[in-house]
Design a binder for this molecule. Structure first.
Ligand SMILES: NC(=O)c1ccc[n+]([C@@H]2O[C@H](COP(=O)([O-])OP(=O)(O)OC[C@H]3O[C@@H](n4cnc5c(N)ncnc54)[C@H](OP(=O)(O)O)[C@@H]3O)[C@@H](O)[C@H]2O)c1
Length: 360
């Protein structure tokens, strides 16, 4: 595989730090530029992050002394050093739309963790095991942007990256009619640690701004179809969601209730999960988990602390599948929100795009 130089926009943040670690020994991608706000610009990465380093592993040695650029003011320098960028910034929606489009129009592809472009009809929102075919929309997007190489591709919200992977292959076989989901989301999903958010210790907050709308609507784009240069969202399955912030550092759990068009047996559901794999597995992408969907038979599994790091935090853990009195079945599932749900999902998407020649 050809090697690529990459930049991290928002490198000092929670997701940016994850990117820095995931890319430290990447076989295809080398980090050659870091960028953040004007507050960090001109400092070394180590100085700019300071006490905010929230990862268990040390900051990669080769990045410590790299100078952080201003993502906007220094765009030409950043673009000159990289083949594409990962982007995870805490900015207003219209500012993110402008920033990402500016990079794409400078022929620098953007792999984004931000929500701003998720609803843009010609921007693919990809969970690589599920809807890898949506990357074909990039051709139409490049036409709109007037670019040869530049484009924007996004990953979906972290909340849904446990239950949508579990439901997607079941829908193909049995038709998923409706889904009720409650998510129990880690504080790193808000870019926080317990030190920086002590109110979360011994607490649950039953509100995460915008999360329920994303958890209900984004799955429909993933289930959508490309028509006339747009991804047209599906109209089913129907989702309803409640999202709670819980006192957990990393890992989003979901409790799922589902009704099918053709009700399968429990064994059929487990069989589908066991046998499901996608393009990342077929292409043996570096961050593809070998077993994407993992079912735990024990009544008290999966557990956030025990299972979130399964296969480098890129695998999904499911458990407690049983019949329900109002829906057909209920079960729980878990994914690591800053790995599979954020930086890891972004890296896997970039690997898919690299393998398919989109950065050439
Ligand atoms: N945390 C998660 O689990 C998760 C999951 C999925 C998606 N996301 C999304 O990823 C994005 C980042 O989240 P996060 O949790 O990493 O946030 P965060 O920890 O608050 O980090 C925010 C980053 O944005 C940078 N930034 C702020 N204003 C900027 C500006 N004007 N220009 C350039 N950079 C700017 C910050 O740089 P400075 O240090 O210089 O201020 C910092 O690097 C958000 O859109 C979030 O919704 C997060």
């Amino acid at each position: 595989m050809k090697k690529f130089n990459v930049g991290i926009i928002g490198a000092t943040g929670m997701v940016g730090q994850r990117f820095a670690l995931l890319l430290a020994d990447h076989p295809w991608f080398t980090v050659t530029a870091l960028a953040a706000s004007s507050r960090s610009a001109g400092k070394t990465y180590k100085e700019a992050v300071g006490a905010r380093w929230a990862m268990k592993d040390e900051m990669p040695e080769n990045l410590k002394d790299l100078m952080v650029y201003d993502a906007t003011a220094d765009i030409d320098t950043v673009v000159s050093k990289v083949d594409f960028v990962f982007c995870a910034v805490d900015m207003k929606k219209d500012e993110i739309l402008a920033l990402e489009e500016m990079y794409a129009k400078k022929e620098c592809p953007v792999i984004s963790n931000n929500s701003a472009n998720r609803k843009t009809p010609d921007v693919p929102m990809v969970i690589p095991e599920l809807n890898s075919d949506h990357i074909k929309i990039i051709e139409a997007q490049r036409k709109r942007l007037g670019t040869k190489k530049g484009f924007i591709a996004v990953k979906s919200n972290c909340s849904l990256q446990s239950y949508v992977p579990a439901l997607y292959p079941l829908d193909e076989k049995f038709g998923v009619e409706k889904v009720l989901v409650c998510t129990y989301q880690a504080i790193s999903g808000a870019g926080k640690t317990f030190e920086r958010w002590p109110e979360m210790i011994d607490n649950v907050i039953p509100y995460i701004g915008g999360e329920e709308e994303k958890s209900e609507c984004e799955p429909l784009k993933i289930w959508g179809e490309i028509k006339d240069g747009k991804i047209v969202p599906a109209t089913s399955p129907k989702f309803t969601a409640q999202c709670l912030r819980v006192p957990v550092s990393d890992g989003h759990m979901a409790a799922v209730f589902v009704t099918f068009k053709n009700k399968p047996t429990e064994e059929q559901i487990k069989e589908v999960w066991k046998n499901f794999s996608g393009e990342p597995q077929a292409l043996e992408l570096p961050h593809a988990p070998k077993q994407f969907l993992n079912y735990f038979e024990e009544d008290n599994m999966p557990q956030t602390k025990l299972n979130r790091d399964l296969e480098g935090g890129m695998a999904i853990s499911c458990g407690r599948l049983r019949e329900d009195s109002q829906y057909d079945y209920k079960f729980v599932c878990l994914s690591h929100n800053t790995l599979r749900g954020a930086a890891g999902g972004g890296v896997l998407l970039a690997e898919l795009l690299a393998a398919k020649g989109y950065f050439d």
